[in-house]
Design a protein around this ligand. Sequence first.
Ligand code: IVH
Length: 736
Amino acid sequence: MTLDDARNEHTTLLSQISRWDRLYHTDDAPEVEDAVYDAARRRLLALEAEFPELVSSPTVGAALTSGFRTVQHRIPMISLENAFSDEDVADFLERTRKFLALPESMSVVVGAEPKIDGLSVSLLYEDGVFVRGATRGDGSQGEDITANLLTISAVPRHLPPPFPSILEVRGEVYMRKEDFLALNRVQEEAGGKTFANPRNAAAGSLRQLDAKITATRPLSLFIYALGDVSETIAETHHDILERLKNWGFPVNSLSRSCTGIEEILSYYRSIGEMRSGLPYDIDGVVYKIDRCDWQQRLGARSRSPRWAIAHKFPAEEARTLLKAIRISVGRTGILTPWAELEPVNVGGVLVSRATLHNEDDISRKDLRAGDTVVIRRAGDVIPQVVRPVPENPRGAEAFSMRQALTPEGGDHPVCPACGSHAERLDSEAGWRCSGGLVCPAQMVERLIHFAGRSAFDIEGLGEKNIVFLRHIGRLNTPADIFRLQAVEEAISLDNKAVWAAKGKTKLPRDISLDMLSVHQGRLGILPLTAFAGWQERSVEKLFEAIAARRTIAMERFILALGIPQAGEGTAKRLSRYYGAIGKWWDAMSQAATGTDEDRARALGELTEIEDIGPSVAGAILAFFAEAHNRSVVADLLDLVTVEEARKAATTSPISGKTVVFTGELVTITRAEAKATAEALGAKVSGSVSANTDFVVAGAKAGSKLTRAKELGRTILTEEEWGTLIAGVKGQRPLTS
Ligand code: IVH
């Protein structure tokens, strides 16, 4: 190979690798398998070894995203060299011995520990206090994510003495597998972005510009190394881990000291066997020369230390036929494509279906039914389709969700579970079923929401009972809740008659769900009290709780419908605006059944309401456009009484104004002040801007007050505010 050839290849590799780095580190959207990436990296290193002239190239690494402050690492956060085979590990030990010129008789102790698949971070403690946290970034500069790290409970704020005045520790932020699955469920429910694997979820969560979002994400931490330290704290890696533990850092409990290749490899195998059962993802094992003085002597190459190596697990991959791309309906109506596969064994598990994430992902990988594809069990959690195998004959047709959702001869996409319109969501690359109140796939979730705290708030009607009542066929739509008692009474009578005819007096009891099919045939429909866990008293209590909610506030009723994007705030504003459920119902059903003009008028009307934009308004109209939904709402309106909403006083000096409360309030709590202001038609904001009308400043008001003065906003004392709202409260509120 000539130098020119090498340079060409080197340049290509560099640009390829930095693209992959960017996608992986910055966009959290890896494009190629680790094995491909690793191979490119190895090839790059091999070229550089052969042609040292090429080494002056810029270090490949993750580009920094803007938004965080840049942190200069005191000691670069370099990566690890990878070992892929037993020989690579033996070679590492041999090189170490040679480098240190150790005699045969001297054994080399190695600290072995799982390689956590997360994001590396640096935590800096000054005089025992956590002062700064950073990402790795490009290795020499990272991002200041102190605020985000402070949301992780595993990060110690203070260290118990004694401690060195400067202590920088390094470790991995990760997400536990079950936390990842739960987060994705929540994300899906909220119509937000779901993550491909725990690592991406951890990265996406940690690198939020708003730490409040990070705070809602279940992140975990392991600390495994030191960065900059002002004094020596131990002589070996093992003792460093002990000291870290004593300071309260989470240290992985699977760390072991191993001597000799046999012990090391047997550790590797045992961790490999545990891998799928561990609560977090690991992608290998890391070996570190235990003695710190030897680590010092060994030092580092440009991108990795000589005293440590990562022994990677083989990627669990297999090839198989992608038989079809199918679409399933999630509990919240999100339509997700998945791959039906010719069953194949991937790392010991038989895989016959795999997630395809979303349409964009499918087009990016250009997956088609009929392709031979590479399957990988990503982080052991969910099997994924990595890419098609190009050498094999390709499937004929490119996939499109619109096409896949449109039935033959149909003219629009529909939900495969209930036939309601399927709509493309603007914000994400996703589709959703609009048949919220009728779709069987969504029913349990809908009913939980419907009966839940912020909606109908029916005591005793939680997930467990909803699932049960649905299972025995008593709950098919929300309206059935209000028919439960009548149905139960009819059934009991019926059963008594059947039973009496058979000359028996006692009804069956304690039937478990498994026995249902056996009994149902003989008994017709069973009363609730026949089932295990349902005593007369508990049934009565449930009916009482339901009866107590037959009259409901308008905003709760609206919220209960579970219209996508219409949360508590929207429900409140709609009920204030329309005042009576009948008015809203008329406006919405007219928009749904009328002309395009009617629809446009309704859209205009909705968007006139404060804080309701075109997207929310569109979701409301789409909900009513579905005839099934209208009939469920109509059915409900026959069964419950919706109270009229009190409209906010539109003429008050407060209505439509933006108010900021700051400082300590004495006569009322902050929450109460906010609620009162909102009830009187004001909007309460957390920060002062040019749009702020009033700033109510209590004792010790700080920067918000200063800012209000700078901007010349009206500043009120708590007392002045009290007088102002007393005047407003005195006016009679408008009702419809
Ligand atoms: S030691 C200078 N130990 O793997 C040595 N790294 O591929 C610093 N990692 O950047 C790293 N688990 O983010 C070490 N037990 C462990 C690790 C670990 C995961 C990550 C770390 C590092 C990357 C290298």
